[in-house]
Design a protein around this ligand. Structure first.
Ligand SMILES: *[C@@H]1O[C@H](CO)[C@@H](O)[C@H](O)[C@H]1NC(C)=O
Ligand SMILES: *[C@@H]1O[C@H](CO)[C@@H](O)[C@H](O)[C@H]1NC(C)=O
Ligand SMILES: *[C@@H]1O[C@H](CO)[C@@H](O)[C@H](O)[C@H]1NC(C)=O
Ligand SMILES: *[C@@H]1O[C@H](CO)[C@@H](O)[C@H](O)[C@H]1NC(C)=O
Ligand SMILES: *[C@@H]1O[C@H](CO)[C@@H](O)[C@H](O)[C@H]1NC(C)=O
Ligand SMILES: *[C@@H]1O[C@H](CO)[C@@H](O)[C@H](O)[C@H]1NC(C)=O
Ligand SMILES: *[C@@H]1O[C@H](CO)[C@@H](O)[C@H](O)[C@H]1NC(C)=O
Ligand SMILES: *[C@@H]1O[C@H](CO)[C@@H](O)[C@H](O)[C@H]1NC(C)=O
Ligand SMILES: *[C@@H]1O[C@H](CO)[C@@H](O)[C@H](O)[C@H]1NC(C)=O
Ligand SMILES: *[C@@H]1O[C@H](CO)[C@@H](O)[C@H](O)[C@H]1NC(C)=O
Ligand SMILES: *[C@@H]1O[C@H](CO)[C@@H](O)[C@H](O)[C@H]1NC(C)=O
Ligand SMILES: *[C@@H]1O[C@H](CO)[C@@H](O)[C@H](O)[C@H]1NC(C)=O
Ligand SMILES: [Cu+2]
Length: 575
């Protein structure tokens, strides 16, 4: 960063902080009705087909709130499917029944039924999002959730941008995604990859038969600064993101401010968000914004889409005729670029914000990866070997209960038959996690179960997430509900505490709700369990979540009513 620029940052930082604390704006109630129903849509020149969408839009509506506001969303399920909505990254302190993952915190909202989600957005600012948390329906049921400071855009801890744009990256399937998920489950064969990557719901110009209506256009004014709120809503694909002839200053990730970080490429895994400033400083004209896949699997999977999703950045004053520049994009296996971006972000330490806890109560070492399991009773076709693809954490492959949600079972002290409290703190077998030699049929095998790790209220947990070579190494985006965690360190190969611990960032580690564990590597996270409830932790690739790459933290009540799970809301859907 150049010196004059740094000075400007500091001045504005100070100004922003004053505004942050001087603000006396009152907390408001932000209320929405989400009508979930059929939307007829034609993409990629296919005949129109029906998708499930909120308020007839793809992506769905953006929720805009200020820190401290209460959000109320009335969900009216006019779709033919069971539905739940997750408010991705919202802590849900005191409102664990509103978190949304089906069968973890609630039973599904059946077709024709309603449910009202109510929660506060407290202690976080930036970009989050909402999405369906059942089947693969989040492929079309998603939208942004923007939290501005109480003092509004003037109170950002960075120069106030002229304008803000939401940039939601997604995946589009020509087939019905609910049916795809059913087929994947019944056959044990993973669902096919998406037919296109999208930006704000549209695939852009680089697919057969895409045309003007299928390219999102951002109009920009020369020399103005834009805050891009970038969200990866894709089901299964981490993405590289660039805008031709423009660069970015990253100022936030997962609704936590970061030290300003200059880059011309953003790397973003499913579930993550990145807030980046972009100056419209190029010649008046047209430029492509592009999202291309990062395929971290080693060895690579059999099917992979190498296409790119694009949108247009069009300067006011352009003729609309200029041939847009396409940015140079990283190779789709470019782990160096992914790691450089994902490991270099640090938190912007602000007064009053939580800092990384320095003492640890519970240490966990958790393997994450793929494997195989016995065919399940409802599976129609199965391999001659009698096994199907599976995935696990510490060799426990997670399955959801079917009769009652885990939070209801917890609240009613009735866990028997729903879940067990034996999620292990260590892998049951210690082996060379990332070595090709460990990838044998014996090691790949994993059993299905519904295990939770029980935590005392307020205890501090440190977890090493270790990717394995079983089937393939891959960068799994691990998402924790109910909390942000600090990412202390990341690396490749087998985790070694001796060399890693001295390198922990205990000063300004990035704060996230989703960490992309490096492929064939590890990440160390810490969080304080100050939120009673049942909190899902899982891979944010839906394909892997379905296979069992998940577990649940059961956080016990604290000493007061405010620190205990409240009674369920009267309209909570039952199974
Ligand atoms: C929605 O579309 C499905 C077909 O995908 C159809 O069976 C259903 O009747 C439609 N529902 C409404 C309310 O139009
Ligand atoms: C759901 O909400 C809609 C709109 O408010 C209302 O018309 C409908 O009667 C409600 N349905 C149920 C089952 O409560
Ligand atoms: C476009 O169509 C051609 C010919 O059918 C095919 O080879 C190519 O893979 C398609 N490209 C995309 C991006 O779908
Ligand atoms: C875009 O969509 C509108 C409305 O569906 C249609 O009238 C128009 O012809 C389309 N334009 C192109 C370029 O396809
Ligand atoms: C943008 O800034 C540059 C450099 O300061 C200046 O030359 C140019 O005229 C400005 N463009 C507009 C449209 O203001
Ligand atoms: C814009 O980017 C393209 C592709 O990366 C490059 O070829 C071109 O030289 C750039 N133009 C300018 C003016 O920097
Ligand atoms: C980012 O991380 C890489 C290691 O992956 C390092 O070489 C580089 O210097 C770091 N800093 C920046 C600003 O990219
Ligand atoms: C299923 O069988 C096919 C062909 O025999 C094999 O390639 C594949 O790895 C098997 N999958 C599992 C999960 O066993
Ligand atoms: C499978 O791998 C494990 C771990 O490397 C090793 O201990 C075991 O002997 C291997 N088993 C077979 C059958 O190769
Ligand atoms: C996982 O557990 C199963 C069943 O006990 C065992 O066969 C398998 O070897 C274990 N794999 C690992 C990686 O621990
Ligand atoms: C939670 O832990 C923090 C820090 O360890 C402590 O200050 C606080 O009093 C604890 N709260 C409760 C309710 O135990
Ligand atoms: C919808 O949810 C209900 C209640 O949990 C369940 O009984 C039913 O089987 C589900 N329907 C489908 C199609 O999954
Ligand atoms: Cu995964």
């Amino acid at each position: 960063m150049h010196k004059p620029m740094a000075t400007t940052w500091l001045l504005l930082l100070r100004f922003g902080l004053i505004a942050l604390f001087a603000s006396a704006a009152q907390a408001a109630v932000v209320e929405h009705t989400f009508n979930l129903g059929n939307l007829s849509i034609s993409q990629l020149c296919k005949p129109a087909r029906i998708i499930t969408a909120v308020n007839g839009r793809l992506p769905g509506p953006t929720i805009e709130a200020r820190e401290g506001d209460t959000v109320v969303v009335h969900l009216v399920n006019g779709s033919p499917y069971n539905m739940t909505i997750h408010w991705h990254g919202i802590f849900q302190r005191g409102t664990p029944w509103a978190d949304g993952p089906a069968m973890v915190t609630q039973c599904p909202i059946k077709p024709g039924a309603n449910y009202t989600y109510r929660f506060d957005v407290t202690g976080q600012e930036g970009t989050l999002w909402w999405h369906a948390h059942i089947s693969f329906l989040r492929a079309t049921v998603y939208g942004a959730l923007v939290i501005r400071p109480r003092g509004g855009a003037k109170a950002y801890p960075f120069p106030t941008p002229h304008r803000e744009e939401t940039v939601i990256l997604g995946e589009w399937w020509n087939a019905n995604v609910y049916d795809l998920e059913q087929m994947a489950f019944l056959t044990g064969i993973p669902a096919p990859h998406a037919d296109a990557y999208t930006i704000n719901g549209k695939p852009g110009d680089f697919y057969n038969c895409s045309h003007a209506n299928q390219t999102h256009k951002f109009q920009v004014q020369s020399n103005e600064t834009y805050l891009l709120r970038i969200i990866n809503a894709a089901l299964n694909t981490p993405l590289f993101f660039k805008v031709a002839n423009h660069s970015f200053t990253v100022v936030g990730a997962d609704a936590a401010y970061t030290t300003p970080y200059e880059t011309d490429v953003v790397v973003i895994a499913p579930g993550q968000t990145v807030d980046a400033l972009m100056v419209a400083g190029a010649a008046v004209g047209r430029y492509y914004m592009a999202a291309s896949p990062y395929d971290s699997a080693i060895p690579q999977g059999p099917e992979f889409s190498k296409t790119i999703g694009t949108a247009l950045v069009e300067y006011i004053g352009s003729t609309g005729e200029e041939t847009p520049q396409l940015p140079w994009l990283p190779e789709y296996t470019d782990t160096d670029t992914a790691f450089r971006f994902l490991s270099n972000l640090t938190a912007l330490v602000l007064p009053g914000k939580p800092t990384v806890p320095l003492s640890v109560d519970t240490r966990m070492f958790v393997t994450v990866g793929l494997g195989v399991s016995d065919c399940q009773p409802r599976q129609l076709f199965c391999n001659r070997s009698g096994t199907v693809f599976s995935s696990s954490m510490n060799n426990a492959s997670f399955v959801l209960p079917t009769a009652v949600s885990m939070l209801q079972a917890h609240y009613n002290n009735a866990s028997a038959g729903v879940y067990t409290r034996d999620f292990p703190d260590r892998p049951p077998v210690i082996f060379d996690y990332t070595a090709d030699a460990s990838n044998n049929a014996t090691m790949q095998f994993t059993n299905k179960s519904t295990k939770v790790k029980t935590l005392r209220y307020n205890e501090t947990v440190e977890m090493v997430l270790q990717n394995t070579r079983l089937i393939a190494k891959e960068s799994h985006p691990m998402h924790l509900h109910g909390f942000n965690f600090f990412v202390l360190a990341q690396g490749f190969g087998n985790y070694d505490a001796k060399t890693a611990a001295p390198q922990f960032n205990l000063i300004n580690p990035q704060e996230r709700n989703t960490v992309a564990v490096p492929t064939g590597g590890w990440a160390v996270i810490r969080f304080v369990a100050n939120n009673p409830g049942m909190w899902f932790m899982h891979c944010h690739f839906d394909a892997h979540l379905d296979l069992g790459l998940a577990m649940v933290f059961e956080v016990q009540d604290g000493p007061t009513a405010e620190t205990s799970v409240p009674p369920p809301p009267a309209d909570l859907p039952l199974c």
